[in-house]
Design a protein around this ligand. Structure first.
Ligand code: CP
Length: 331
């Protein structure tokens, strides 16, 4: 494996084989598998899980890693092509990223959406510009429209807990004080479709996912035997659900317009998951969220602290799933 950028670059069987490898490494640790190997991690945006789970996973396989957070103890990196660099940025990614790649055996990059131009973010313009100049194995640590490491961990988490591969997953928009990127909802809807699930995107008006994301998920669903649709009706969407996956994202109708988005979400405080949401769901319906999450804004304490919540297992599986990726890439 040379790149891990998008689950869609792999067949369903290849993803299942990666999850099998993750489980194998959990049961039979290989503490020398990546001895002498170095992973570089570049974070243009903050992280808790991605940063710690990659470093821990690499160490558990006998390798080592370094972390760069541009502008925090290192030069601030310019990402815009053609920029006149007479401001805060001291170095361009066109030099900085290949230099970092030259020090390691694989590189991971986190670069969130710019959040101004939907078409530009859908095209992964910023991430692609860096991917093109990396000649080493490359891992997407979350880009504008994707978070494949989260999705791999979520797929494994559902398998671990025997959530049926053909079960029903409801991806629900939930409240947040400001617009957040579309990476996790886009990756989740695709992952669940690829897993063969009945996927419902539950969201208020103004928060429909972009057509390109829904079409990509529908294509995955059609080859895996699943389905993808949208709904604004909570009771109908959640009826019989095996998983409620909550996520915050910005209005696609007002993409890049923070004020219009804020006005739209002003009256949506009831989009905070409470125990009553599960009334018509499967009795064993799980609650998922990629974390970080704002308690009692997006999800009530009573849900996060209940036995339905598997958020900590998802976070743990970031490490186990990524160890399989690193092992396949570098061993
Ligand atoms: N879910 C996730 O990617 O967490 P971090 O932003 O903390 O890495």
């Amino acid at each position: 494996m040379h790149r891990f950028l998008d689950l869609a670059d792999f067949s369903r069987d290849e993803i299942i084989a990666l999850i099998d490898l993750a489980r194998h490494l959990e049961q039979r640790p290989e503490p020398r598998a990546l001895a002498g190997r170095i992973l570089g991690l570049v974070f243009f945006n903050p992280s808790l899980r991605t940063l710690a789970s990659f470093q821990a996973g690499m160490a558990r396989l006998g390798g080592t890693s370094f972390v760069i957070t541009p502008g925090q103890g290192t030069w601030q990196l310019e990402t815009q092509l053609g920029a006149v660099m007479n401001g805060a940025t001291a170095e361009h990614v066109r030099e900085g990223i290949p230099v970092l790649a030259s020090y390691c055996d694989a590189l991971g990059i986190r670069a969130f959406a710019e959040g101004k131009d939907l078409a530009r973010d859908l095209a992964e313009t910023q991430f692609q510009a860096m991917a093109e100049i990396v000649d080493k194995p490359l891992i997407n640590l979350e880009s504008a429209m994707n978070h494949p490491c989260q999705s791999l961990a979520d797929w494994k988490t559902m398998d671990d807990l025997a959530v049926p591969r053909g079960g029903k997953l409801v991806l629900s928009w939930v409240q947040h004080p400001r617009a957040l990127p579309l990476a996790v909802p886009a990756a989740t809807v695709h992952m669940a479709a690829m897993r063969g699930m009945e996927v419902v995107v539950l969201r208020p008006e103004g928060y429909a996912l972009p057509a390109a994301i829904m079409e990509k998920a529908r294509a995955a669903a059609s080859s895996a035997g699943g389905s993808v649709r949208e709904s604004a009706n909570r009771a109908e969407a959640l009826a019989g659900a095996h998983v409620l996956y909550a996520k915050e994202w910005g209005s696609t109708e007002h993409y890049g317009n923070a004020e219009a988005d804020a006005r739209l979400r002003e009256n949506l405080s009831d989009w905070c998951v409470i125990p009553e949401w599960f009334t018509g769901a499967d009795a064993d319906c799980k609650f998922m969220h990629c974390l970080p999450v704002r308690r009692n804004v997006a999800v009530a304490d009573a849900v996060l602290d209940s036995s339905r919540s598997i958020v900590r297992r998802e976070a743990y599986n970031r490490m186990t799933a990524q160890m399989a990726v690193l092992h396949r890439m570098l061993s």
